[in-house]
Design a protein around this ligand. Structure first.
Ligand code: MG
Length: 159
């Protein structure tokens, strides 16, 4: 078994759509980034790549590459899932914590879990997404952006 840990953060930027785990939050400002800035998917990707020791999101999809400008992060994740599986790993489970003052995640957590599970090709019972605030502390607590921490387990020698 292999463990991976991923982290990402992005600042809010007005006029962009907010996507978390591929799910649109229409009533909230989006995040600044070269791609669609889906901070949750980016942390999941880094956790998967970390567990497999296959580099990081920046080495796979550099933000200096015009191909990835405005790119759909769901495509990044699908490609990384293929790569991780191709290297002989099966995804055991994913556990992510999303930290922000807004939006409130809980009402839409099951939708996000189902969306991630479909991209990861695993049962939704293996995908956990937890939302919390930073209790108004620091920049995230002041509403400057969103931070995500993610752990994954991979099973070696499968598929
Ligand atoms: Mg990112």
């Amino acid at each position: 078994m292999r463990i991976g840990f991923g982290y990402d953060s992005h600042r809010f930027e007005e006029g962009r759509p907010l996507l978390l785990g591929g799910v649109l939050f229409p009533d909230c400002a989006g995040l600044k980034g070269h791609s669609d800035a889906d901070v949750l998917i980016h942390a999941v990707i880094d956790a998967l790549l970390g567990a497999a020791a296959l580099g990081d999101i920046g080495s796979h999809f550099p933000d200096t590459d015009a191909r990835w400008k405005g790119a759909d992060s769901v495509r990044f994740l699908a490609s990384v899932v293929d790569e991780v599986r191709g290297a002989g790993f099966a995804i055991g489970n994913v556990d992510a914590t999303v930290i922000c003052e807004k939006p409130k995640l809980r009402p839409r957590v099951d939708e996000i879990r189902a969306n991630l599970a479909a991209i990861l090709g695993i049962d939704v019972s293996r995908v956990s997404v937890k939302g919390k605030t930073n209790e108004k502390m620091d920049d995230v607590g002041a509403g400057v952006g969103i931070e995500v921490h993610c752990a994954v387990l991979l099973d070696e020698g499968k598929e």
